[in-house]
Design a protein around this ligand. Structure first.
Ligand SMILES: Cc1cc2nc3c(=O)[nH]c(=O)nc-3n(C[C@H](O)[C@H](O)[C@H](O)COP(=O)(O)OP(=O)(O)OC[C@H]3O[C@@H](n4cnc5c(N)ncnc54)[C@H](O)[C@@H]3O)c2cc1C
Ligand code: SF4
Ligand code: SF4
Length: 423
């Protein structure tokens, strides 16, 4: 055996149940590690160098799947092409029995190796759960899309309002879609795909863009077959160059009565716990507030019913200024004994820059017991750049309280207790 080769690899896989076969990842991969047939998109473990270039552009998140595998047993592209769903993760015992043993020369990244070596990118897959909380409700996925009988469902716009201050360069809309008689069951934390009309520069139909659902499972309006989205109009690329995002501008400009093609729902792990006294810690920036609004509103409705004893809700919400923060007003009106809300503003005149991770550290005394409590579930959603800082802050909170991150980090991930969804 070549001892310079690790015995256990982190194998990159695509979830065939969620993938919408949009080809974005294959087009993005710089080393040609992704291929497909008429059925599945797959990753060749012998070619993939874990560069992560394909992960942010994937509209469904189906690309963001990882398994610790003994190198000699890594799933081949041929095997992956036959899958209808992802295989379960191997337990440490199964890994050892399969001959994986401990990593040899090059260790498999683990949550305690939290700061990526210089030049290497932070890999959220090391920390984020791929399983839902044990008490989550069953999520329906891919009811509409390439693998479903119906290729899309047509929804009607029944509302479109701006939820950030008017007259500024950021513009975020709350868009309500009604599905009429078509079944579209969703859970808080799931997302849908929007098919924008028209074609791209190569003349191909635009691929779907993914948006988190901002309303609870029983509808934006309770009992109605509708849902809401929180959509930021993209007018600049991450480098600050002027662009006009196809789907976000299409959605923000919709009028009541317009029809929209929708696929999905997507997502089977970023789901809220359903059991009484379960605690939820929500950490978000910008439109990452959408799933947090959905979860908060569902817990608020349950509380109103008087038939459910919810646990603690904590929200850490970051934006440059209050004016940029979607739902700022309504959030402030929620009762203090219902939700513990913490705002972080990074561009407030006359105030020091504050990020969500700063607030996490400030609230260490309250967060440490929640980290230790298996009934607490953590959700992170928003800008890709927030992930590393938030995970580092949670690690610091744990360690300062005498909790072993070596134990807690994997437990959070494997127990479906730490969910990361950034874009
Ligand atoms: C799981 C998931 C959930 C999402 N949920 C939401 C949500 O709730 N609300 C929401 O508004 N968006 C959400 N997004 C992002 C959304 O899917 C689109 O990527 C985004 O709206 C841009 O699409 P576009 O068609 O307008 O831009 P495109 O036409 O695809 O891109 C145009 C240019 O803008 C750049 N760009 C793309 N996205 C952004 C961005 N967010 N900020 C700055 N520049 C960008 C691109 O690099 C490109 O140069 C989510 C993405 C994922 C993966
Ligand atoms: S992680 Fe990088 S090398 Fe691997 S499939 Fe994605 S883009 Fe290709
Ligand atoms: S949905 Fe994601 S994994 Fe599937 S083809 Fe598109 S980019 Fe690739």
């Amino acid at each position: 055996m070549d001892l310079s080769e690790p015995q256990v690899i982190r194998q990159h896989l695509i979830d065939p149940e969620i993938c919408i076969r949009c080809n974005t990842c294959e087009a993005t991969c710089p080393v040609g590690a992704i291929t497909h047939d008429s059925r599945n998109y797959v990753v060749d473990a012998d070619k993939c160098n874990l560069c992560m270039a394909c992960v942010p552009p994937c509209p469904t998140g189906s690309i963001d799947n990882w398994r610790d595998m003994p190198r000699q047993l890594a799933y081949s592209p041929e095997v992956q092409l036959t899958w209808d769903s992802l295989p379960a993760e191997l337990s440490p015992e199964q890994l050892a029995a399969a001959g994986g043993g401990a990593p040899a020369a090059e260790p498999v990244p683990t949550p305690q190796a939290i700061s990526a070596p210089e030049g290497e990118r932070f890999n959220s897959a090391q920390f984020g759960a791929t399983v839902p909380p044990w008490s989550a409700a069953h999520a329906y996925t891919n009811l509409y899309g390439p693998k479903a009988a119906e290729k899309f469902v047509t929804a009607t716009v029944v509302g479109n309002v701006r939820v950030t201050e008017a007259g500024r360069d950021y513009d975020t809309h709350h868009v309500v879609l009604d599905f009429g008689q078509m079944p579209f069951p969703v859970l808080e934390g799931q997302s849908i795909g929007i098919l924008p009309p028209g074609v791209d520069a190569q003349g191909r139909p635009h691929h779907a863009r993914q948006y988190s659902i901002a309303s609870p499972r029983n509808g934006e309006r309770p009992g109605y077959n509708n849902l809401s989205l929180t959509i930021k109009r993209v007018l600049q690329d991450p480098q600050g160059q002027a662009v006009r995002g196809v789907a976000s501008n299409y959605m923000c400009d919709l009028q009541v009565g317009d029809k929209v093609q929708v696929i999905g729902p997507f997502g089977a792990s970023f789901l809220m716990p359903n059991h009484p006294r379960s605690n939820i810690v929500m950490i978000c920036t910008g439109t990452g507030s959408a799933p947090m609004r959905a979860m908060t509103e569902w817990r608020r409705r349950l509380r109103q019913s008087g038939k459910f004893e919810g646990g603690k809700l904590m929200l850490f919400f970051g934006a440059r200024t209050p004016e940029e923060l979607p739902y700022f007003g309504p959030l402030q009106n929620l009762p203090k004994d219902f939700i513990d809300t913490n705002f972080a503003f990074s561009r407030q005149p006359q105030s020091p820059k504050t990020y969500v991770q700063d607030l996490i550290r400030q609230r260490a005394a309250d967060l440490a017991p929640l980290l230790a409590d298996p009934n607490t579930f953590f959700y992170v959603c928003g800008l890709k750049s927030m992930e590393e800082g938030v995970v580092l802050a949670l690690r610091d909170v744990a360690q300062q309280a005498g909790l072993s991150w070596d134990t807690l980090g994997p437990a959070l991930r494997q127990g479906g207790r730490l969910h990361l969804e950034t874009y």
